[in-house]
Design a protein around this ligand. Structure first.
Ligand SMILES: [Zn+2]
Ligand SMILES: [Zn+2]
Length: 346
């Protein structure tokens, strides 16, 4: 089969690899029908993720059809359409029993990291019963690719950890796919204001179309001043950090109101400063999380009920075999105005 293989920093090839086979009785082999590229894949290609070894097939998102199941897989059989979760969970370890699948002792984020991933014609999924979701017939499978990672991440790490309540003022720092997924799912809770902060004017336009009540271009506007104006000098109830650099975590600390919640979604590669000298008395909460994908079934229902349209985030479409061009488009997001690229294996 063909697959996108990482060969060390800056190097990737679309090349022949052996088709995966069942290793454990809990495995399933899935034929990928649609997949996408994540910002995390770009981090891997920069050499930022030490656990990914050369020779690894990348990708942790996608939908497909079951090709083969191990003897102990009971929920799925050949021909079933499935959504692949970016998080693999054994369902049995102490973390899984707490619903903290991201820290599963036998899984977690392993796809396209420590085992071969979804940017291929076929993928082996360990613990298939607890790591795959059945796709109800008639659903738009393209949209569901967005539910492998970005929507559960934006919702769980951003909206749920930020405890968005009706009437809240929410600021989302970073209008990339994850920030936009937080924007779309924050609206489940009817906040009064959602303020999007980003230096890219195109992304801020999209944010407005997706329901942001206000946008701030932090390249041209003083964020603090604008937030003071928009919030009667109070600050925001919820600040969602969806970038992962010290400066954007700094913005969240600057704009948080007393009693507010800072929810970190961004993947931080460097230490960020914590301003306890100004925050110690403000009754705030700071929360971090790796997506557990505990809300995937719920999100599936909201898509089915047309309360959420995840395909809004798809800006470009490619054949899976054209994945090198897709990476090029996705990595030059500011120029190409790309959010999510969809890859179809036909
Ligand atoms: Zn991802
Ligand atoms: Zn587990």
């Amino acid at each position: 089969m063909k697959a996108l293989v990482y060969h060390g920093p800056g190097q990737k090839l679309w090349e022949d690899k052996p088709k995966p086979t069942l290793i454990h009785p809990t495995d399933a082999i899935v034929k990928i029908t649609k997949t996408t590229i994540c910002g995390t894949d770009l981090h891997i290609l920069k050499g930022d993720v030490a656990t990914v070894e050369p020779g690894r097939i990348l990708g942790h998102e996608g939908v497909g059809v079951i090709e083969e199941t191990g003897l102990s897989v009971s929920s799925f059989r050949k021909g079933d359409h499935v959504l692949i979760s970016c998080i693999t969970s054994c369902g049995r370890c102490s973390y899984c029993r707490k619903g903290m699948y991201s820290h599963c002792e036998n899984g977690g984020w392993i796809l396209g990291n420590t085992i071969d991933g979804t940017q291929a014609e076929y993928v082996r999924i360990p613990y298939a019963d607890t790591s795959l979701y059945p796709i109800p017939s008639g659903m738009d499978e393209e949209a569901l690719v967005m539910l492998s990672d970005i929507f559960p991440t934006g919702f769980e790490c951003g909206v749920l950890n930020g405890e968005v309540h009706p009437g809240d003022t929410v600021a989302i720092v970073g209008a990339g796919p994850i920030g936009l997924a937080s924007l779309l799912t924050a609206q489940f809770f009817s906040p009064a204001k959602i303020i999007m902060i980003d230096p890219d004017a195109n992304r801020l336009e999209i944010a407005k179309e997706f329901g942001a009540t206000d946008v701030i271009n932090n390249r041209t506007v003083d964020v603090m001043q604008r937030i003071q104006l928009l919030t009667e000098e109070k600050g925001v109830d919820v600040a969602i950090e969806a970038v992962g650099i010290p400066a954007t975590f700094g913005i969240c600390q600057d704009i948080i109101a007393p009693g507010g919640r800072i929810a970190n979604v961004g993947v931080h590669g460097k230490s960020a400063e914590l301003h306890l000298e100004s925050l110690w008395s403000k009754n705030i909460t700071i929360r971090t999380r790796l997506v557990d994908t505990v809300t995937t079934s719920m999100l599936l229902k909201t898509v089915q009920a047309e309360k959420l349209q995840p395909s809004q985030l798809i800006t470009h479409r490619f054949a899976l075999s054209d994945i090198i061009s897709a990476y090029d488009t996705f990595s030059r997001a500011a120029e190409t105005r790309s959010l999510k690229v969809l890859l179809t294996n036909s």
